[in-house]
Write a protein that binds this ligand. Structure first.
Ligand code: BDR
Ligand code: CA
Length: 313
């Protein structure tokens, strides 16, 4: 099948699964990765930015600008995620970054990249807290009309992981999520309901190992650590590899089923702050801008990851 190249900006906080998103975005010929921007989330801004540059170095991604963004959420304090370890990317030896860091702030690089490209050609793919994206929309409101769509990893309509009902990327900056979900652009929420289907099973580990390249060895080691942490902290036998599901959807929409429903962000609930409240009641409003991901074609998803790894070599 033939798909048109999709231009994307990946705004991330590597992070084991963010690293897989980078691999998929860079290794898939359908994706034109215009920029990688970082945000405090899984670890401090300094650490996740180092990690983004280190992953880029490992996969030979020397031609994609990388810019650091927000070091703190809009309102609350920053708290890192335990599942990624002290460095944010524990489990392997990270190569010393050989790719430069842009002088621009991530928010400015996001705005400049969207405004420089033709309208409706660039998709925003946030796989961390939504701080940079919210700030970009506030700093240059013209980007809202100009982006093609926002496809984000975050939230969940029936599941939470950092509270009973809230997911990490949303609960770490709910005010930013509120801004992003309420702007007049199309938002597809690839949440836990979907990403908990993207499990790195023993078969997946074997397939990655058999690719037998430096990047595949690197990824195998990262996923081993992630597996142990997910078992210990959330009881998973196989870890969910959340973030690349966004990219897989953009490459081939048949990999991820979606449903158009209104989604609101809870800011005030004592028990529910950071919840993505999806309203499945009939009828769905005609002007509904938000969609949620529901079902993953697991085989197609993992094949995309293996192919990307092979393409990277
Ligand atoms: C999300 O939280 C982070 O720890 C992961 O990188 C992913 O983006 C899953 O809840
Ligand atoms: Ca992430």
């Amino acid at each position: 099948m033939f798909f048109l190249t999709k231009k994307i900006i990946l705004d991330c906080d590597p992070g084991h699964d963010d690293a897989v998103a980078m691999i998929l975005a860079y290794g898939n010929p359908e994706i034109d990765l215009l920029a990688v921007t970082t945000v405090a989330g899984n670890q401090t801004l300094e650490k996740v930015t180092y990690n983004a540059r280190s992953v880029s170095t490992m996969i030979g991604m020397t031609d994609v600008p990388i810019a650091a963004g927000s070091s703190k959420p809009l309102v609350q304090a920053h708290e890192p995620a335990d599942v990624h370890g002290e460095s944010g990317l524990d489990g392997t030896e990270l190569p010393e970054p050989e790719v430069p860091l842009s002088d621009a702030h991530a928010v400015d690089l996001i705005i400049e990249t969207i405004m420089r490209n033709p309208a409706k050609t660039v998709s925003l793919v946030p796989t961390g807290s939504l701080t940079n994206i919210a700030l970009a929309a506030r700093k240059e409101p013209k980007i809202v009309d100009r982006v093609k769509e926002v496809v984000l990893m975050g939230g969940g309509y029936h599941e939470g992981n950092w509270s009973a009902v809230a997911e990490f990327n949303i609960i770490t900056d709910p005010e930013a999520a509120y801004i992003v979900f309420n702007e007049n652009w199309k938002v597809t929420m690839v949440g836990l309901d979907l990403t908990h289907q993207a499990l790195a099973t023993p078969e997946v580990f074997n397939k990655i190992k058999n690719i037998n390249t430096q990047p595949s060895k690197f990824l195998g080691e990262l996923l081993e650590f992630f597996k142990a942490m997910y078992k210990e902290s959330q009881g998973f036998d196989s870890p969910p590899v959340h973030d690349p599901c966004t990219i897989a959807y953009l490459i081939d929409p048949s990999v991820v089923d979606t449903m158009s429903v209104p989604v609101s962000i809870e800011l005030n609930g004592n028990l529910t702050r950071g919840m993505t409240v999806a309203d499945f009641r009939y009828p769905i409003p005609e002007n509904c801008n938000t969609a949620v991901a529901t079902n993953l074609d697991r085989n197609k998803f993992w094949e995309l990851i293996y192919d990307a790894l092979k393409n990277i070599g």
